[in-house]
Design a protein around this ligand. Sequence first.
Ligand code: DGT
Ligand code: CA
Ligand code: CA
Ligand code: ZN
Length: 643
Amino acid sequence: MAGASWKLPKARMVGPPFFSRNQISTALHQMAVLLELSGANMFRTRSYQNGSRLIGSLSQDLGELVASGELFELKGIGKGLGSAISQAVGEGKWPEDWVDLHENTPAGLIEMLGIPGVGPKKIKVLHDELGVLSVADLQESCVKNEVAPMKGFGAKSQQRILDGIDLLARFSARRRLDIGLRYGQTFLSMIAKLAGVERAELAGSARRRRETIGDLDIVAAVQPSDVEMVTNAILSLNGIADVKGAGDSKVSVILDTSIFEGGFSLGHLDPNVLDAIGGESYEQLESGGTIDAQVRLVPPHVFPFTLAYFTGSKEHNIRMRQVAQDKGLKLNEFGLMPETELTGLDAAATSLPALDEAEIYSHLGLQYVVPELREDIGEIEASAAESLPELVTLSEIKGALHNHTTLSDGDASLEQMADAAQRLGWKWLGIADHSPTLTIANGASADDLLSQHATMQEYNSQWKNDGVDFKLFSGVESDILENGKLDHPDDVLSQIDYVVASVHAMGRWRSRDESQNTEDLLKCLDHPATTVLGHPTGRILQGRDGYEVDLHTVLEYMSEANNDGTLKAIELNASPYRLDLDWRFCKRAKELGVPVVINPDAHSVKGLGDIDYGVMIARKGWLERNDILNTLTAESLSGRLVG
Ligand code: DGT
Ligand code: CA
Ligand code: CA
Ligand code: ZN
């Protein structure tokens, strides 16, 4: 995570150049920060900072600039910095004083840099005056109210530091799926393009589409004679903040946001979500974030086995090994072979052949299991019985019901949202803006809601006349109030197409117990206008836990209503910050016959694209086309929404 990689980058094995532009820029930036921490004078600090920026944005080749001596002619590179950079790039050696400064700075001070809003200047003061040497020390000082009285801090600043420490702790272990995939797919495509790499795939939890990712795992097929070349090429890629290890079959690195050529930003967020996840500090934390990645290099004939092994899950692998054992075979990352004395790649020479993962499953008498399902929650049994689900695909999605416009807190108009949905190839779009109680999200009045409904009807007749196969559905995202009540009078609700009922008063709901919350949800579901239960637990991944609720009971209750012919659907909120309904409950909803609707909860045109994450999680939750409302035609959906 932020601040994890504060060693000086390791030199390439061959050179010059021994360091890339990116590595030199990073090292200069680190020096600037360490100098500031040590109390060096401002001019010295600034020259390193400027040098970092300058080298980072060079258009010329740094190796050539060093070789020709032209480096010294660059404005802003003085004699001292110029010699230091030349020595590093030309000889692979960092200047001694750089190494000393890195070694002599207490690790705890660097760890503190990861706290949003806390920079080197503040850390130096805290260290000098309070003797603070680690994040834990700082937290203790704040709790004891020692920080607030200090000059330049104050009570607000002390609280911000405490919040920042909390945020740092939450982000230090895992990253959300969207962030993990962004790093993973970028790094994978760089590796796949390298000479000597015959195939490469993302493995691990990212390939299985878990909602959060610990580290990235990549498997690459490389001929043994090319391994050294490929290893060196990987280590020279942009975006590597540090190398943890590089052996003859595995490269472990730490990636940072410099891997993203177009820079790193988060886009327009639902203000509720942003608030729960740390506000402005959050973007700063993600931008300064890192993720670990391990790349395994294996001979091409071994690739499918290694890919399957490192895709996991561990639980799925264990079951697979048992199936193999029952057939007198041994399954591992190198192959599927008869029991043998040999180990590792030597044993692999006796393996049954497999060109892809499907052949491994087939050798074991199993139907191919897609990565999303490999969690040992019934997929092995279903595979053996050839009854695996035919999972929904993105191309089957025809629309979604929960989206916002400028009528409440979205940043696109109704027209822009409809246009964007058509460009996605959708056949219909549901708009459900916030209801009046949610003032922070600019909840719309009944009059405004009904007038937007009328506008949608006009568009619908126009499209019908013009033969355009597209329809708008008008809903509302109604807050669930005291006793499960909805936020508009019945005569208003009965005029629109549907209601997405969701909880937003998180403080109140989180302070109550499970039975109270569950009871209120059931009451709300009793209302004839309630069609969809929105983000059913209110969790924000890495932001806050949801309120306590017995989802089994809720789903069973919804199941009864559906059996009686009343449509009560549960939302799978597709925002990568939510992914709520959890995939583990998707499978339960399916078993109970409760329809799921995947909703991007889009607050912008771009937000509609979050449907991708929703489909990933729906697949992970075993859902098929018929389990999901999004795959209905506009006509069938109209039929389901009536009555
Ligand atoms: P993560 O990184 O925590 O999000 O989760 P994974 O699933 O990516 O786990 P990771 O990175 O520790 O290992 C990648 C895969 O390698 C894992 O899903 C299954 C396989 N694997 C790792 N260690 C073991 C093990 O001890 N036994 C078995 N059977 N498989 C393992
Ligand atoms: Ca992993
Ligand atoms: Ca791993
Ligand atoms: Zn909502």
